[in-house]
Design a protein around this ligand. Structure first.
Ligand code: HEC
Length: 106
């Protein structure tokens, strides 16, 4: 009894799947181009100089909007964990930039 139901199901679905197949073949995906540099904002030059050596700007920009303290922790992590050669004086400038362009509205 179960087998009959299964065969019935396959014979109903098979033509439907067959008809859907050409749609899969013509599926075309477009991805946004990789951001080569950071969008304009305060201290953007310093950010481009310090944050593109190991990954693209998208690695940063694809994050959710984060509050300033989280960006500060993120930049500290880049230095402590991944050995990004960041100067002490540049860190607050980089955090300012990230908080200006990629933080939730206050
Ligand atoms: C010395 C190399 C290096 C530099 C320079 C660097 N990063 Fe990273 N970053 C990494 C690595 C490694 C990862 C993890 C990549 C992965 O998970 O695939 C990462 C990941 C990230 C992420 C994703 C979240 C996370 O914690 O994994 C963010 C955001 C980020 N970096 C921000 C920055 C910012 C902002 C700067 C500039 C201050 C920066 N990075 C500079 C190495 C670096």
């Amino acid at each position: 009894m179960k087998r009959i139901v299964l065969i019935g199901l396959i014979s109903v679905l098979a033509p439907a799947l067959g008809a859907a197949a050409p749609a899969f073949k013509s599926l075309h995906l477009e991805f946004p181009p990789d951001a080569a540099a950071f969008p304009d904002g305060p201290n953007v030059k310093i950010v481009n100089q310090n944050c593109l050596a190991c990954h693209s700007a998208d690695m940063v920009l694809d994050q959710p909007l984060l509050p300033r303290a989280t960006w500060a922790a993120e930049v500290a992590k880049m230095r402590a964990t991944y050995k990004a050669p960041l100067k002490d004086a540049d860190i607050p400038l980089i955090v300012d930039y990230l908080a200006a362009i990629h933080a939730p509205p206050q």
